[in-house]
Design a protein around this ligand. Sequence first.
Ligand SMILES: Nc1ncnc2c1ncn2[C@@H]1O[C@H](COP(=O)(O)OP(=O)(O)OP(=O)(O)O)[C@@H](O)[C@H]1O
Ligand SMILES: [Mg+2]
Length: 238
Amino acid sequence: MTAPILELKGIDVYYGPIQALKDVSLHIDPGETVSLIGANGAGKSTLLMSIFGQPRVAKGQILYQGTDISQKSSYYIASNGIAQSPEGRRVFPDMSVEENLMMGTIPIGDKHADEDMQRMFALFPRLKERRNQRAMTMSGGEQQMLAIARALMSRPRLLLLDEPSLGLAPIVVKQIFATLRELAQEGMTIFLVEQNANHALKLSDRAYVMVNGQIRMSGTGQELLANDEVRDAYLGGH
Ligand SMILES: Nc1ncnc2c1ncn2[C@@H]1O[C@H](COP(=O)(O)OP(=O)(O)OP(=O)(O)O)[C@@H](O)[C@H]1O
Ligand SMILES: [Mg+2]
């Protein structure tokens, strides 16, 4: 049996007096694509951000390759192989595509930067065409590609993605998911938060369903796609 790359054990997270995560446990094995689905406000982004220590967990453990990282700095976490593309495709608006990608190398240094940038341009040809363009002038889909590519520039072992398809046209969503599938096939471990449950479950080996800060259900992507409760709540009915 392989040990999980990431294991959350009984975590609680609060915003002031409000409890946003309640006794959440889950695990991700190396090489898996796992998604977390759930309604607006369920706590999905909170869970993803808590892996990076913001917000901090009040109780429980976050084990990454066996080490509890729940009290480590974001820099420690990033330089040890976790990268995230946060909700809302946060790119540095005044910087060019290339400069944004260079920012992604900060946790590991720039010695692989040229090689990795070429790889990002192969993965996302649109970024190559726009390498000198300022990020703020790029389309939503291009900015999302940039946010994912920037995360990959730190050569992560675990990639965390928060709503990569949000607000994008169906064709761009397809492109993004095709790229994620390519990364998964190359062996990347991916933890994906998505409202687009249909795409996410089709891509994922396994998934968790979050309701009001708690894990309600888990299973393989196929099991959850076929589950009546999931279909009614997240897949637009039968
Ligand atoms: N910084 C914050 N301060 C206070 N409450 C917060 C903060 N961030 C999130 N919350 C609350 O925590 C709960 C979970 O929010 P979260 O953003 O994790 O949900 P989500 O599942 O990602 O939702 P969405 O699908 O809309 O992105 C919500 O009730 C939200 O209002
Ligand atoms: Mg969210």
